[in-house]
Design a protein around this ligand. Sequence first.
Ligand code: SF4
Ligand code: SF4
Ligand code: SF4
Ligand code: FES
Length: 250
Amino acid sequence: METVKLTINDKTYEAEPGKTILEVASENDIWIPTLCYDKRLDPYGGCRMCLVEVKGARQLLPSCISRINDGMVVNTESENVRRTRKGVLEYILSDHPLDCMTCEATGCCELQDVAYSMDIKGERFRSEEKRGGELHDRNKLIYRETPKCIRCGRCVRICDEVTQEHAIEFGGRGFQMWVATPFGESLLDGPCVLCGQCVSACPTGALYEKQAMGRGRPYQVKKVRSTCGYCSVGCQIDIHVDHKGINKIT
Ligand code: SF4
Ligand code: SF4
Ligand code: SF4
Ligand code: FES
């Protein structure tokens, strides 16, 4: 099989042509922070969290959309990379509600994990401007909280590319951009089938399972592997169980 040779952080690796830098790095246990990347979705390159240095490139490149080349020399941890990623995260957090203490997503939040890994508290560019609030959608399954949205687009893309319902889209512009439903109505009034894929894709607490709210942190809940009996495919599912019974299914 044809392979490509490249260097990451002074070590040489061989990989299949066509892979991205991020894919090769993660296959070799080199951690690169990501927020808009989801391996179930087409490459997007929106958040700039995964920037890396590539020798000869005029600027840092997003590793989730940059394909490997033979002889490529990549640095994922240079001073420039670390400083730039920190700056990107500071901007993302500038209007983010810092309420991890009571947020349902604590313990399963990618944004929180990335901030922790970089020791960023989100205070540097703090803005008083707030976007939206909790959306009182009358559906019984999906909770939506706009201020916690980092506009990564994973929910919109999974609804388009995987569920293929096209039930949500970005509305507004710039700072006021938010994930919108048709005519701003409830998810129940559009093509949404309440499959929960958007919740599974969300890297923050902006989308959450309503029925699991207030029922414990992810590490306080037991997960039981099972097989979905809805159709003949038999997908593997995790049933989350707490002291009151089934908390959620992922
Ligand atoms: S979404 Fe994540 S970072 Fe934001 S408050 Fe919740 S746990 Fe904290
Ligand atoms: S629940 Fe499913 S159909 Fe509804 S918006 Fe989310 S991904 Fe789309
Ligand atoms: S709701 Fe979640 S998945 Fe959707 S754009 Fe916002 S942060 Fe990303
Ligand atoms: S994870 Fe690469 S740009 Fe968002």
